[in-house]
Each structure stands twice: as structure tokens, then as C-alpha cells.
Design a binder for this molecule. Structure first.
Ligand code: PLP
Length: 387
């Protein structure tokens, strides 16, 4: 994009960044380059720098330009999944003897990646309640971690952490601040602008937006780090395929309108179930009673489409509720146009059972889709009323 285009608003950049029309035919949508290799004019004389698709493919480049623009970043690298992106970033940054300080409510797979794959290679891991800034300061000073990893809103308890304050504390001890921005998306929150060094995404979720593609991304303004991650993308090879990159790009174009609707629908559900006798607690940062509400209002544009609830009747009620929803489908994942219900303790967070990230078996997580709000509210209420 030209400098002029960089000045455009979010929704405009989501549609146009990296999406120049095809100069040979005028096709409005850049072609999907389903090719693994590229013809050279003579040995080493490449067209547009393209040689072999693990190293680079125009469809992946278009997605990477789009992602960088949305996060207000200089560089974005896309991968075959969110965890592949996280793995590449951590391998670029960590060495044996380094330490990772992580929020105690991050995606279970992120915790599993560090605990089961990096710890055996000599990396230390500590998890902590990061909304407690005094505890975070103490831990940063005593552990001197290489990486501070946070997720806000967190998964599944929707805790909100102060990115700016934590980045300042972490930078004081030389730690790299990584924010998993999967739940918020760059439409709702821009961690690099707030002081973080790196953003990671599972683009499988809201960015793709249609539950039809896996992907991940590392986004940063740090040119040296971007080069190291790009080397791992090429040398280890967990790249996004052209088809997956194209689908993700297509999804991103409607991110702004989708996130507005996801947020409005989740807000409507949260408000409609507060005080229901079957509900012990609602975890939604848009509710004024949420402990992170004011911070979320400052840090985020809207409050997002994810909410969790604790059932007063415990595990049995949670299971019955999850299985009696009709519009919501019982499935892992989140961020698609369709509403999903997840039982974290047995599904997304089964891998953290027995750790301090363990999720109560009374908790249900909803990924609120963009169906008609009234239908979603009615569905949730009929399932609660039946308990
Ligand atoms: N980060 C968050 C917040 C997630 O919810 C997930 C997946 O659920 C991931 C990362 C991992 O992404 P993927 O499943 O694309 O590997």
C-alpha cells in the first residue's frame, strides 16, 4: 500500500491492503497461486523473487501484507496454524536457560507447547495471574524472563490485562512482550500500538471467520525478529498453503462488520442471563460488573464475541446446558460466523488439567456468532430454563 493508503481506516485496509488487482487480466481479486514452484528466466533470475513456495508465494504475501497493515505493523508472517506460528516465534527467541512468564489463563495449547516441547529443551515456565500488576512486577524482577506471554481477553475466563502497564514493566527487565490477540482481533485491540513487541494469532478464529481454514500469524515491528521468524518459516516449513492463505484473506475483508455483530450479540446474551437462577456468574468484559470492564473499555474498541458462564448446578448442569442448545453447535474452536458452545474442562482446556490453568467443570464458553441476536438469546435461555 502507498503511504496514502496506510492512512485509511481499518475496514478500508482490511479490504485493500495487499489486494491489488491482477495487472494481466484486471481481475479484481488477486489470483490464488496454486503452485509449489516458479519458472526462472535463467539460473537464479527469479520473477518477483519467487522460487519455491515454502520460501514465498504471492497469495501468502498478500495475506501477510494485509495482516501487517491491520495490526499497524511492519511485518507479518503466516503459518499453517496458530500453534505453528507460536512455535516458530518461540524457537526464534528462546535458548536453553531462558524463562517464559505466562498468564495463568492462556489457551491450553500454548501452555502445552511450552511445557511439553520447550521445557524439555531447557526453557523454564512460570504462570501467573497477570491482572495483578504488583505480582507481575515481582515475578518479572525475580525471574528475568526472556518472554512475557499474555492473552487478553483470556481464554476462557475473559480476564483483562493491562498491555501498556505490563509492557512497561517487562521492558524494564528486557523481556519480549508477546500478546495473543486471537480473541480481540486487531479490529478491537492493537497490542503493538499499546506497547507489545509481538502479536500472535490463530487466524483459524475470527480473522478467517468462517470455520473453514486453519492458520496462524506472527506480527511485529522488529525487523531483526521478523527476519528470524521468516527464516524459521522457510527452514522449518510450517507455512500456510496458498488456498488457506486465500481463504483467510477473504475472511479478513469482512472482519470489521463481523466483529461489530459478534460483540453486539454477545453483549445481548450476557445481559439477558445475568441474574438467571441457573447462572452463578457471567464472564463478559462488556458487563459493568466485570472486574476488567473499565480497562477493557480503554484498551478495546468493543468487548468481543466471547463469553463464559458458570452454572450454579456445577458440572452436571454445565453438560446438560451445552448439550441442549439448538442454534449453538457443540464444538471446539471459536470466531466463526456460527455460534459454538465449548465445555473447556473436557475440550479446549483438557490438556491443562492438574496445572494451575485448570478450568472449573462448571464453566461453559460461548463463541457467539452473527446469527439473529433474538434467536441466540432465546436458545441460551431455553437451555438455562430447562435446568
Ligand atoms: N491462541 C488462542 C487464543 C486459541 O484459541 C488457539 C486455538 O484454539 C490457538 C492460539 C491455537 O491456534 P490453532 O488452533 O490455529 O493452532
Amino acid at each position: 500500500m502507498s503511504d496514502d493508503e496506510m492512512m485509511h481506516g481499518f475496514a478500508t485496509r482490511a479490504i485493500h491492503a495487499g489486494q491489488q488487482f491482477d495487472p494481466t487480466t484486471g481481475a479484481v481479486i488477486p489470483p490464488l497461486y496454486l503452485t509449489s514452484t516458479f519458472v526462472q528466466r535463467s539460473i537464479g533470475d527469479l520473477r518477483g523473487g519467487y522460487e519455491y513456495a515454502r520460501g514465498g508465494n504471492p497469495t501468502r504475501d498478500a495475506l501477510q501484507t494485509q495482516l501487517a497493515s491491520l495490526e499497524g505493523a511492519g511485518f507479518a508472517l503466516s503459518f499453517a496454524s496458530g500453534l505453528a506460528a507460536e512455535d516458530a516465534l518461540l524457537r526464534a527467541v528462546l535458548r536453553p536457560g531462558d524463562h517464559v512468564l505466562m498468564g495463568n489463563d492462556v489457551y491450553g495449547g500454548t501452555h502445552r507447547l511450552v511445557r511439553r516441547i520447550f521445557e524439555p529443551w531447557g526453557v523454564g515456565l512460570t504462570t501467573l495471574e497477570l491482572s495483578d500488576l504488583a505480582a507481575a512486577r515481582d515475578a518479572l524482577e525475580s525471574l528475568r524472563p526472556r518472554v512475557l506471554w499474555l492473552e487478553t481477553p483470556s481464554n476462557p475466563l475473559m480476564k483483562i490485562t493491562d498491555i501498556t502497564a505490563l509492557a512497561e514493566l517487562a521492558h524494564g527487565v528486557g523481556a519480549l512482550v508477546v500478546v495473543d490477540n486471537t480473541f480481540a482481533t486487531p479490529f478491537l485491540q492493537q497490542p503493538l500500538v499499546l506497547g507489545a513487541d509481538v502479536v500472535v494469532h490463530s487466524t483459524t478464529k475470527y480473522l478467517g471467520g468462517h470455520s473453514d481454514v486453519l492458520g496462524g500469524a506472527v506480527v511485529t515491528n522488529d525487523a531483526e525478529l521478523a527476519e528470524q521468524v521468516q527464516f524459521l518459516q522457510f527452514a522449518a516449513g510450517a507455512v500456510s498453503s496458498p488456498m488457506d492463505a486465500w481463504l483467510t484473506t477473504r475472511g479478513i475483508k469482512t472482519l470489521a462488520v463481523r466483529m461489530r455483530q459478534h460483540s453486539a450479540n454477545a453483549h445481548a446474551i450476557a445481559e439477558s442471563i445475568v441474574g438467571h437462577s441457573a447462572v452463578a456468574r457471567v464472564y463478559y468484559p462488556g458487563l459493568p460488573t466485570h472486574p476488567g470492564h473499565e480497562l477493557a473499555a480503554r484498551q478495546m474498541r468493543l468487548f468481543g464475541g466471547m463469553l463464559s458462564l458458570e452454572l450454579a448446578g456445577g458440572a452436571a448442569a454445565a453438560r446438560a446446558f451445552a448439550e441442549s442448545l439448538r442454534v449453538f453447535s457443540l464444538a471446539e474452536s471459536l470466531g466463526g460466523v456460527e455460534s459454538l458452545v465449548n465445555y473447556p474442562s473436557e475440550m479446549t482446556h483438557a490438556s491443562v488439567r492438574g496445572t494451575d490453568l485448570e478450568v472449573s467443570d462448571a464453566i461453559i464458553r460461548l463463541s457467539v456468532g452473527i446469527e439473529e441476536a433474538d434467536d441466540l438469546v432465546a436458545d441460551v435461555r431455553q437451555a438455562l430454563d430447562a435446568l
